[in-house]
Every structure is written in C-alpha cells, then in structure tokens.
Design a protein around this ligand. Structure first.
Ligand code: AMP
Ligand code: MG
Length: 347
C-alpha cells in the first residue's frame, strides 16, 4: 500500500513551548482530522490516531498489519482527561498515576465506552498512559483528543526507537512522522490491570514490579507471562513480536556454551551472529558480533535492544544466538522481548 507521500517533520525536543511550533500544530491537526502520525515517546515511537474516530483506528491496524483483536493504548496529555474515558478510578490506580505519570506505565481501567470500539477491541476495559516525552506531550496537547498509539513498526518486527526505523517500516503507508530523535527507555510501557483489588502486571516493561509494589503494596503477575498454556489477559502478549529476519535462539549458560553452538552452526555452513553485551564482545568468534549495552547496567540493554535486533537484518546472518539476562528489574522486560523475538527457542 505504498500510495501516500509520508510527511516528515523534525522537531528539537529541547525547545520551549513545543505545542505552538508549526510542525507540532500541523501534525496534531492531521491526528485530530483522522490521519495517523508517528511520534516519539520515552519508550519507543508510537503510531497515533484519534481514538474517537473509527476510520483513524482502522488506518493504524492496516498500516501495521496488526491483528484486530489486539487493543491499543490510549495516550493522553493530562490526568484530567481520565474521567472522560473510564467509568471508575480506584484509589490504587490514582496512586499509580500520581507516582508514575508521565512515564512508562499503562493502566487498564473499566471503559466508559467513549472511544471507538476498534481501540479497545470490544473489551469492557481501556488502557491509558501519559508518555514522558516533550514532543509526545506537546502533540497530545495540541491535538486535544485522546490518541490511540501502538508502536510504529510493522507488526511482528522490533519496535522502532528512531524515526528512521519508522520510516523503514511505514514510509508511504502513513500520513507523517514527527522525528524527535532517539527514544530513551527502549522497551514498551509496563501494562498493569487495575480493575481488581490487587493490580496485575499483564506485560513487563519500563517500570518494574518492585517500583509498583513500593507505591501500592502487593502486585500480581499474569501467570500467562511465565507458564505455558494460560491464556494471556493482554491480547497482544500472545503474538510473536520483535523478531529479526534470521532464526534466533537464546543461549542459557552462554559463557560456557555459546562458542560451541556457533561452531556447530558454522560447520553446517551457516553464517552466525551473536547478540551480546560489551563485557563479552571479545569472548567470541562469529560472523557478526553485536553488543546491545552493558550487562552491568541493564537499562542500557533495554535502550538499545530493538535497534540491535534490527541491525542483524542489515547483515546476511542466518542464525542469531543471544545471551540471556537475569529476570530481575528491567531484565524481566528484556527477557520477555528476547523470548518473543526468538519465538521461545532456547538452547
Ligand atoms: P502495543 O500497542 O504494541 O505497545 O501493545 C499494547 C499492549 O497493551 C498489548 O499487549 C495489548 O494487548 C495491551 N492492551 C491494550 N488495551 C488492553 C486492555 N483493555 N486490556 C488488556 N490489555 C490491553
Ligand atoms: Mg508493539
């Protein structure tokens, strides 16, 4: 569907009063009118459409090739907008909003059904978040409507952390891209369901379980995230995601076993790439060795994970072997994304 000219606006996120900049005003007006526009958030680039217009939401699903039973997160500029979108705000949810908004936390609440049913995929709940990025906030303020926005990538591919990634996936398929530079956190928001007495994490992300528990006490984790056979409560969690073109495997006990697997695949005539960290780049011999951050500082790994996965696509390796990470703190989100990228294949 490469039939449209995609407009491209470059915005310096450090400028004051971004919402009165012509680029932001123009992009916001397109969103308001029902076109879809990609924009930076602190997690990854989002593909935004007016949550009140069915056709706008349809355009998001078509551009991404996203399965229609996978609901979208609604982005807002201020807490005052929450009351227009949900039928009830439990005290726990209010506490989480005060502690983590703007920020990488998505909160699921009972829907007031005031947005398009395409946004919530006919669920009785709605996912909300205020992003912590000056360009996103300026755009949301200027658009003055709730904006549904999934990640701005082709469904199944790694999420975009630069405008160039968005351009690679969606050029010609969307109205425009607001380029506000590289995103920071690098993995998507944590999704937490607040419709029950104890909040439940449906998708691990930028905010850790410990951080949530410090504010609201005990938090559960959807068992589907770590046990096979359970149906996930977040529809999107069941799909393969973030996958590079080459076949990918996670390697447990990588320090002892990685090189053996590399050698086996190379003996079969395959070109092998390794996804590693700066601490271990010089430990291996392979066709392509890409560090995605420092193991000692997992936030750097989260921040560069998707661009490193995309980088493998630019080289003709056939097998990617990835180191594993401790499932602690942001390591939970990193491992969740790696397991999906590898289609759960572990050596
Ligand atoms: P993405 O837009 O790709 O970052 O994905 C959004 C995630 O939030 C997906 O896993 C969705 O399934 C999930 N989500 C959105 N709305 C809801 C909802 N009302 N209930 C449960 N999960 C939701
Ligand atoms: Mg996504």
């Amino acid at each position: 569907m490469n039939n449209k000219q995609t407009e491209y606006w470059i915005v310096d996120k450090n400028q004051d009063h971004l919402n009165i900049h012509n680029e932001i005003k123009e992009a916001a007006l397109w969103i308001k009118k029902g076109e879809v526009i990609a924009f930076p958030t602190e997690t990854v680039y989002g593909l935004g459409g007016n949550a009140l217009i069915d056709e706008a939401i349809e355009k998001i699903y078509i551009a991404k090739g996203r399965p229609s039973d996978n609901p979208l997160i609604v982005h807002i500029a201020s807490k005052e907008q929450v009351g227009n979108l949900v039928s009830e705000i439990p005290i726990l949810a209010e506490k989480l909003m005060d502690a983590f908004w703007p920020g990488p936390l998505t909160i699921i609440l009972p829907s007031k059904n005031s947005v398009s049913t395409r946004v919530t995929a006919n669920l009785q709940t709605i996912a909300l978040r205020i992003p912590d990025h000056p360009v996103a906030l300026a755009l949301l303020e200027a658009a003055d409507v709730p904006v549904a926005a999934p990640s701005a990538n082709v469904s199944g591919k790694p999420s975009p952390t630069t405008a160039q990634h968005v351009n690679h996936d969606l050029n010609g398929k969307i109205k425009g891209i607001v380029d506000g530079g590289k995103t920071g956190v690098g993995v998507e928001s944590t999704v937490v369901d607040c419709t029950e007495t104890v909040p439940v994490i449906l998708r691990p992300g930028g905010i850790t379980k410990d951080q949530l528990e410090a504010v609201v006490g005990p938090v559960n984790v959807d068992p589907a995230l770590f046990e096979e056979g359970n149906i996930p409560r977040s529809p999107g969690v069941k799909y393969t995601h973030y996958a590079p073109n080459a076949e990918m495997y996670l390697v447990n006990d990588y320090q002892r076993r990685m090189q053996t697997f590399v050698n086996q695949y190379r003996d079969e005539g395959k070109r092998v790439g390794i996804l590693t960290t700066y601490e271990h780049v010089s430990d291996y011999d392979a066709d392509l060795i890409l560090p995605c951050g420092y193991r000692e500082d997992l936030e750097t790994v989260a921040s560069h994970l998707y661009e490193t996965l995309r980088c493998f696509d630019d080289h003709d390796v056939e097998i990617i072997l990835a180191e594993t990470f401790p499932k602690q703190g942001v390591g939970v989100a990193i491992m969740n994304r790696l397991e999906k990228a590898a289609g759960k294949k572990v050596l």
